[in-house]
Design a protein around this ligand. Structure first.
Ligand SMILES: C[S@@+](CC[C@H](N)C(=O)[O-])C[C@H]1O[C@@H](n2cnc3c(N)ncnc32)[C@H](O)[C@@H]1O
Length: 246
């Protein structure tokens, strides 16, 4: 694929990455090296232009470098494993609340047939819509600017559910009702006391409970001195799973 004006491009300079829209007359200057965007138009992805490589952004690049984050987001290191554990298939309808900045919705949208997502806060809701529109994502997402608790949702109508709110134990009965029998619900929570409280409420509604966190360690890519970076993102969230019990 070759780049056209208006495309988003991932520009890589040594170990730094930049996501930019190709707008005529614009350029990027890093440590004394400049790449002019008109020199990228018409080039194939993967090419080297001066000191820079140019690539098409992946969903991870878009979420980490392109999304405006007005809320905490689910990090890519957690997001795809959660989606895998939810067992999502291309025929599935998935429920999510709250939408937040729309990062997890974008991941769910990649894998499912349809995603229904609820966000109570109008400012966050509009920001999520803007993030998706900017990058042409989430065509199969039905977004509602509504508190999930007061939303009308048909019983037994979802194949999986993802919950990212502060007090998820308040919603368990409703989640249980709208999920199909045996299907999985995942929750993310930043603190262990929230996880304890959730677990104690989950037992009445869910079986096969699981709790874990994902630690991802990146390595410096010098083949003669292969070793991890000194610093890492140590904690994002605990992930909790359960399957709807009958
Ligand atoms: C941490 S953010 C979610 C981030 C999102 N998972 C992402 O990856 O971008 C939590 C969101 O839940 C929303 N929220 C909290 N309670 C809600 C409810 N009952 N119904 C709908 N949204 C709710 C908040 O307004 C907030 O935007």
């Amino acid at each position: 694929m070759s780049f056209k004006e208006g495309d988003y491009v991932l520009i890589v300079h040594k170990d730094r990455k930049y996501l930019r829209k190709l707008v005529k007359g614009m350029s990027l200057n890093i440590r004394g090296h400049t790449i002019h965007f008109q020199d990228i138009v018409g080039k194939d992805e993967g090419q080297k232009i001066g000191e820079f490589f140019v690539f098409s952004p992946t969903l991870e690049d878009i979420i980490l470098l392109g999304f405006e984050r007005k809320t905490q987001i689910v990090y890519p290191k957690d997001a795809f494993y959660i989606a895998f554990k939810l067992g999502i298939k291309p025929t599935d309808r998935v429920l999510e609340f709250g939408t937040g900045s729309g990062a997890m919705s974008a991941v769910l949208s990649f894998l499912a047939k349809e995603v229904w997502t609820y966000e109570a806060d109008t400012n966050f809701y509009n920001n999520a819509l803007k993030n998706w529109e900017r990058f042409g994502l989430c065509y199969n997402v039905k977004a509602f600017n509504e508190n999930f608790l007061s939303a009308f949702v048909e019983e037994n109508s979802f194949d999986a559910c993802f919950v990212d709110v502060k007090e998820p134990w308040e919603y368990l009965e409703k989640v249980w009702k709208v999920l199909k029998g045996g299907k999985v619900c995942a929750f993310v929570l930043p603190t262990t006391n929230q996880v304890s409280k959730l677990l104690s409420h989950m037992q009445a509604f869910f079986a096969d409970l699981q709790v874990f966190e994902i630690l991802l360690r990146h390595y410096k890519t010098n083949p003669e001195r292969l070793r991890p970076y000194d610093q890492m993102i140590a904690h994002t969230a605990y992930v909790v799973f359960g399957r709807k019990r009958m």
